[in-house]
Design a protein around this ligand. Structure first.
Ligand code: DX5
Ligand code: ZN
Length: 219
């Protein structure tokens, strides 16, 4: 089946001292979505940025902002990220547990598309029941926390299962993959049914980012 692949550069790999320019550079280079990694130093062993970054970048771009919350108790921040202009808010199943359904609803009630992410070692069967309530389902292909890690190909099986579930039931849920994506692994991800492709180091680490985005799109 022909599926449109959208490329979401992760600004985690951009130069934080000139984030506005980096965003504009990615937009000009053909980015479809902007992936914003929010880390709290508790859910993951790294700290990035919060609502203020989203608010300030929002002034510079109309691209969809895909906010990936790698934080504990993410429900406490849903309204705050909604207020500063997130288009998607993605929370981790590992951070929400039994509250997952409730948190997804909370995101939608704030007028934002809701996403659910799972770590590489989380079983698909545990979260299958939530896919019908999601606008985006994110399969992590590295353990969250840092850019530039190696792609874990075992997760492709979960992508295939998620794709099958989405298609079989006619859900309008986007399937996203995040971590270790480059010119090679992007093919595996697309074959496994992913439609939103996040890439950090492969884009911001490239000399020519337009060429890097084009390579990822031309699979
Ligand atoms: C990892 C983040 C990713 C990261 C991807 O925790 O969620 O979005 O920026 O970076 P690369 O593409 O370099 O693996
Ligand atoms: Zn991410």
């Amino acid at each position: 089946m022909e599926r449109e692949i959208k490329i979401a550069p992760s600004i985690l790999s951009a130069d934080f001292s000139k984030m506005g320019e980096e965003l504009e550079r990615a937009e000009k280079a053909g980015a479809d979505v902007v992936h914003i990694d929010v880390m709290d130093g508790v859910f993951v062993p790294n700290i990035t940025f919060g609502m203020k970054m989203v608010k300030d970048l929002r002034k510079l771009s109309d691209l969809p902002f895909d906010c990936h919350l790698m934080i504990v108790e993410p429900w406490k921040y849903v309204d705050k990220f909604a207020a500063v202009g997130a288009d998607y808010i993605t929370v981790h199943y590992e951070a929400c547990g039994e509250k997952t359904g409730e948190v997804l609803k909370l995101i939608r009630n704030n007028g934002v598309k809701c996403g659910l992410a799972i770590n590489p070692d989380t079983d698909f069967e545990k979260v299958k029941k939530y896919i019908g309530c999601c606008d985006l389902f994110l399969v992590m292909s590295v353990f969250p926390g840092f850019g530039g890690q190696k792609f874990i190909s075992d997760v492709l099986e979960k992508c295939r299962k998620a794709r099958e579930e989405i298609d079989k039931r006619g859900y309008s849920c986007v399937l996203e993959i995040d971590g270790g994506i480059n010119g090679e692994t992007v093919k595996l991800a697309a074959d496994a049914g992913c439609d939103f492709i996040v890439a950090g180091s492969a884009i911001f680490g490239a000399e020519d980012i337009a060429k890097a985005i084009k390579t990822l799109k031309n699979i």
